[in-house]
Design a protein around this ligand. Structure first.
Ligand code: NAD
Length: 454
């Protein structure tokens, strides 16, 4: 943890470092991205262990959703850097010829990246890739709640990067709030809507732009025109990886009444296939991050109509994969993001019921529709708004670097991943150049008689 003095000292040093211009050099950026890639490769085992200690995260999930995902992102940035950083020519109206114009990306300066605890490594490292690629200095504030990963990031970053260029400030709310009293050139925040508002209010004091990667309730609609087994598998996988603690996990299901029983049977079968009769013993099932979240989730189970699951073990913060039904829209579980391994299932007789409910709620980060009916796909795409949509899939869109990842409305502001990360940490500067060999006088006074020519 740092003192107030050291926080402002770190920022001052970064401002000085940034002003030297080194971070803007192409070779420097590429070299630093390569160093970040090496950091990830060298420390794979330590990252897996930290994630295991924080969340009991299964190794395969740690590797795919945090390590390999971050590696792919950094490799793409290294490969695309030349193209991303190149100024792009822009058209000029004929009246302004022989001027020429271009759009030139430039770094913002010193940026702050605040992470959440559920994917605690990649949620600070992947934005950092964008910050480096775009030529910025950065301060990372990982989530204190995933303390093992936070300590590991704080230990590794100074080993690989100059501390005046990139550094880590560890700590909780108080530390975060101290950081927010400083002036940054961009704040990239991942976390809850509630804290997102605090971040934006603090940033407003300095007119600092923000990217807010927030949460929400992601609906998953299941129509009758589906492949039942594949649908069940994709839903169960997306919901229960990381024990449901995924910002884009399906939050609740809307199922066509005609197919509900068949779907439920397949969901149950699939849960057994994935995690066995006793998920508590499965090495492939994570735990709830802490007591506070465990208690919050256990509360949802009180008086719930549980179809399968509902077992808990407070000593391990274990909650079994749980399906519940007979939900009312006024139940607490339909009022807030679940962010845990409980899946409410609601039936509909007409798709309009689902669409009307979704549109009455804050815009979600992701919406999932399982249906082969093209008209229905089109209808749902057009009638609803969300950060992203997957048709016949869940969650995997976040691994596609050509798809900007972010929310809309209450689920967030701005996006990242792939080139979108570079864009987020860049200012696109418009540059116009006019040579001296010609100077058409049409725009200069005296104006008399010139209006008719323009
Ligand atoms: P959180 O908002 O409680 O905390 C996020 C970060 O903000 C932490 O680093 C924390 O130290 C800091 N913080 C907390 N309270 C603060 C305050 N009062 N002032 C200043 N800083 C504060 O979120 P969380 O519990 O870590 O994460 C869960 C939430 O994050 C869920 O809503 C989830 O959907 C969302 N999330 C979104 C994405 C995304 O990409 N959109 C990804 C992961 C998680």
């Amino acid at each position: 943890m740092m003192t107030d003095f050291s926080i402002s000292d770190h920022i001052t040093k970064k401002r000085t470092y940034f002003s030297l211009g080194k971070t803007k050099e192409f070779d420097f950026r590429r070299q630093q991205l390569t160093i970040l890639k090496q950091l990830i490769i060298d420390n794979e085992q330590a990252i897996i262990q930290a994630l295991q200690a924080d969340l009991h995260k299964p190794e395969l999930e740690a590797v795919t959703s945090e390590i390999v995902f971050a590696l792919k992102e950094v490799e793409l940035a290294i490969k695309s850097l030349r193209n991303w950083t190149k100024p792009k020519k822009a058209a000029v109206p004929w009246q302004l010829l022989p001027s020429s114009a271009k759009i030139q990306p430039e770094p913002l300066g010193v940026v702050l990246i605040i992470g959440a605890w559920n994917y605690p490594f990649q949620l600070v490292i992947v934005p950092l890739i964008g910050a480096i690629a775009a030529g910025n200095c950065a301060i990372l504030k990982p989530s204190e709640i995933a303390s093992h990963t936070s300590h590991l990031v704080a230990e590794l970053i100074p080993k690989y990067f100059h501390s005046d260029y990139i550094s880590v400030v560890e700590g909780g709310i108080e530390t975060s709030q101290k950081l927010l009293t400083e002036k940054f050139d961009h704040i990239f925040f991942t976390g809850s809507n509630h804290v997102g508002k605090i971040i934006m209010a603090a940033a407003a004091k300095n007119l600092t732009p923000v990217t807010l990667e927030l949460g929400g309730k992601n609906p998953c609609i299941v129509d009758t025109e589906i492949h039942l087994e594949h649908t069940a598998r994709r839903i169960i996988w997306g919901k229960f990886i990381n024990a449901g603690q995924t910002c884009i996990a399906p939050d609740y299901l809307f199922v066509d009444k005609k197919i509900k029983d068949q779907l439920l049977a397949n969901l149950e079968k699939c849960l057994k296939e994935f995690y066995g009769e006793h998920p508590e013993k499965s090495p492939d099932y994570a735990r709830i991050i802490n007591q506070k979240n465990f208690d919050r989730l256990v509360n949802f189970l009180k008086n719930a109509r549980i179809i399968i699951g509902g077992e808990t073990n407070p000593n391990e913060f274990y909650i079994s994969p749980t399906l519940i039904t007979n939900i009312s829209f006024t139940d607490p579980i339909m009022q807030e993001e679940i962010f845990g391994p409980i899946l409410p299932i609601i039936e509909y007789t007409d798709i309009e019921e689902a669409i009307t409910w979704i549109n009455s709620q804050p815009k979600p980060l992701a919406l999932y529709l399982f249906s082969q009916n093209k008209n229905l796909q089109q209808k749902v795409l057009q009638a609803t708004s969300s950060g992203a949509v997957c048709l016949n899939e869940t969650v995997i869109h976040f691994t596609v670097p050509s798809l900007p990842f972010g929310g809309v409305g209450n689920s967030g502001i701005g996006s990242y991943h792939g080139k979108a990360s570079f864009d987020t940490f860049s200012h696109y500067k418009s540059v116009l150049k006019n040579p001296f060999w010609l100077d058409i006088k049409l725009r200069y006074a005296p104006y008399k008689g010139k209006l008719s020519i323009l």
